[in-house]
Design a protein around this ligand. Structure first.
Ligand code: NAP
Length: 449
């Protein structure tokens, strides 16, 4: 089959900014100038030294407001983040916000361009930011603005912590048992977009190649065809990030979730590469389940992180019946997509589930729900998903005191039964408050926790 560059996912070397004579990325060397983006009056860039992030006390963080309910939840959440940083550090630390654009707001500012190039440049230069939900324009040439951001910036780990906050309505009897962090591979799998529509010339070419060259005959004439690329490079960097997270956050296990019993050379290989990586790169910190069973009587030795694996379909049952057995989860793109929303539903739904897309240096935190257009500018939706994505962002900066303060004040506010409409309809004796008032109550509660 002929190599077709248009169906290839953009590899790292195509999307990095230009390199100067010294081999350094230009974005690191010079002050970029922007057309519509305005730098804040104060603040410093986050930088990297030998792969380690250096966070100044007054970092410049990027935000994309988002469409639909984006304005309401971003306004409320920024008030909460800023208040927590001010209270936790007594003015010693402070965020300087810099607005960058995508979606409908960008289209208004950049002559109909929903995804301006300078937004990517700003992320390359400033490294860390947060976004509200975006409408993908129908027929705008994008599969999705969110997928474009992840792929162009090579944000290969989609990180979704799923835990329960006291008082939040849940369908489980013991929602407190759910406390996992999902690392979903963000760039490969069926999401790479290599698909050939039934009845097209390309589809026929591929079908002929599969039948005549490879002897694959077990599919119907005119079947739509999709390719599922899963590579050692893509799998290992995701699993590496998951294991490193487990080490840094003192988690107990990493579960590789896959469908390798059926899809042996993609999902099965993901599992195999995961065990290989743990063994080669983290031999001191990790131990596989086979070794625990063979040499340690089924008990994980103290200080070791257990590496285990589970078939994807049974993982859904396990996370309903015995969620305590899992901690950090590393999985492929499609499994991770299903699993993230299903697990979020166990602890309050997508209105509260936070998320982040993280690459080697750049991190983009995001609300996981959509733009909920019918609630635009009604000041009524739950800011929880964006708010806790911001909590993840504070933790990413190592600003744990501010992050914890928000979590505790949030729990106190729910405990007082002040909630937005979505929780109010599931809770008895709850007072329904506006997004802005919910934020005010959280900020007031920071002094009480
Ligand atoms: P949605 O915007 O997530 O909304 C679906 C429903 O979820 C809402 O009607 C609402 O349910 C509930 N909901 C969502 N966010 C909430 C919040 N903050 N607080 C309380 N409830 C919330 O999904 P959609 O209607 O399928 O998609 C709308 C647009 O969003 C589309 O253009 C889609 O492309 C885009 N989208 C963007 C992202 C993203 O940027 N990451 C993700 C998904 C979809 P009730 O009506 O029952 O109250």
């Amino acid at each position: 089959m002929e190599y077709n560059p248009s169906i290839r996912r953009t590899p790292i070397y195509d999307i990095m900014p230009p390199v100067n004579e010294d081999g350094a990325y230009e974005g690191d060397q010079q002050v970029m100038t922007y057309d519509r983006i305005k730098a804040p009056e104060s603040g410093e860039k986050i930088s990297f030294s030998n792969g380690v992030m250096q966070t100044p006390d007054n970092p410049i963080l990027l935000f994309i407001e988002g469409d639909g309910i984006g304005y309401d939840i971003m306004t409320a959440s920024k008030r909460i983040w800023d208040a927590a940083v001010a209270k936790a550090y007594g003015g010693k630390r402070q965020v300087s916000w810099m607005e960058v654009y995508a979606g409908e707001k960008a289209a208004g500012l950049y002559d109909g361009d929903y995804m301006p190039e300078e937004t990517f440049d700003a992320f390359r230069e400033y490294k860390v930011g947060i976004k509200g939900p975006l409408t993908t324009p129908v027929g705008g040439g994008f599969r999705s603005l969110n997928v474009t951001l992840r792929q162009v910036l090579d944000l290969y780990s989609c990180v979704r912590p799923v835990r329960w906050y006291a008082g939040v309505p849940s369908p489980l009897k013991q929602p407190e048992d759910v406390d996992v962090v999902i690392f979903r591979e963000n760039t490969e799998d069926t999401y790479a977009g290599i698909e050939y529509e039934s009845g097209t010339e390309e589809n026929k070419k591929l079908a002929d190649f599969l039948k005549n060259e490879l002897g694959a005959t077990n599919f119907f004439e005119d079947a739509g065809l999709g390719i599922k690329p899963i590579s050692p490079f893509g799998s290992k960097r995701l699993i590496r990030a998951a294991i490193q997270y487990a080490i840094d956050r003192k988690r107990k296990s990493v579960t590789l979730v896959h469908k390798g019993n059926i899809q042996k050379f993609t999902e099965g290989a993901f599992q195999r590469w995961g065990y290989e990586l743990a063994c080669e790169e983290f031999p001191e910190q990790t131990i596989s389940w086979d070794e625990v069973a063979a040499n340690h009587g089924g008990n994980v030795p103290n200080g070791k992180i257990l590496i285990q694996d589970t078939i994807a379909d049974i993982m859904f049952q396990k996370m309903l019946l015995r969620p305590r057995e899992h901690d950090v989860i590393a999985t492929t793109n499609l499994n991770g997509d299903y699993l993230s929303d299903a697990l979020a539903a166990e602890v309050g739904g997508v209105g509260i589930a936070p998320g982040a897309n993280i690459g080697d240096e750049i991190a983009l935190f995001e609300a996981t729900h959509g733009t909920a257009p019918k609630y635009t500018n009604k000041d009524m939706v739950n800011p929880g998903s964006l708010l806790f994505s911001g909590v993840m962002m504070l933790e990413h900066l190592d600003w744990f005191e501010a992050a914890d303060m928000i979590t505790r004040a949030y729990e106190k506010t729910i405990d007082q039964r002040y909630v937005t409409y979505d929780f109010a309809r599931q809770m008895e004796n709850a007072a329904k408050v506006a997004t802005s008032e919910f934020a005010t109550r959280i900020i007031e509660n920071m002094d009480r926790v």
